[in-house]
Ligand binder design. Structure first.
Ligand code: ACO
Length: 158
């Protein structure tokens, strides 16, 4: 199914409501970690029919020279329609307008679909944070029958 972009709104939000957390927790199981990075991030949402269907969280570092997408999530029933791509393309444009030079995104070794999506959009693997998910999360995480152990950091020059 193709995405009807004209019926969607993309905007920054300031107030963090429960509807937003329902999305953020799809990408990151730790509310504690989410609350930590929200303090220093910009939050954008995509809405359709006044309902929040996706979000992307951008943290800028070192006077905006670098930025990191800390969280990107789309409601399950709306995944696979191009919204993830739409969110990333919009946030890349915002980062460019802020004169950001490099944008990072991190995902688990087990997140095969996400690794595909980010590389397709021009991100390249930059670093592997060994045992990140073992050291930082209390529960074991499995996706695609693979244990999430390492954080793969990808970067894109803007
Ligand atoms: N599994 C398999 N394929 C995937 C996945 C996945 N999890 N995610 C994206 N893709 C593929 C799609 O099949 C599509 O392929 P195509 O272009 O060849 O048809 C392509 O990537 C683009 O997909 P979109 O429709 O633009 O992406 P979508 O709207 O589904 O959003 C997202 C992607 C945000 C990862 C969504 O699947 C999601 O919310 N997943 C749960 C939360 C999550 O894992 N977030 C990322 C964690 S990492 C981080 O937050 C920094």
């Amino acid at each position: 199914m193709t995405l009807e972009k004209q019926n969607l709104t993309f905007r920054q939000i300031i107030k963090k409501e429960e509807e937003l957390y329902n999305l953020l927790l799809l990408a990151d199981p730790s509310k504690e970690k989410i609350d930590e990075y929200l303090k220093s991030s910009l939050v954008f949402v995509v809405e359709g029919n006044n309902k929040m269907i996706g979000t992307v969280v951008l943290q800028t570092l070192e006077d905006n020279k670098f930025a990191e997408i800390k969280n990107i999530s789309v409601l399950e029933e709306h995944q696979g329609k191009g919204l993830g791509t739409f969110l990333i393309e919009n946030v890349l444009e915002i980062a460019r307008q802020m004169n950001c030079e490099t944008i990072y995104i991190g995902t688990a070794n087990s997140s095969i679909g996400q690794l595909y999506l980010y590389q397709k959009l021009g991100f390249e693997i930059r670093e592997i944070r060994k045992n990140f998910f073992i050291d930082n999360y209390s529960e074991l995480i499995y996706e695609n029958n693979i244990q999430a152990k390492h954080m793969i950091m990808l970067a894109k020059q803007l």
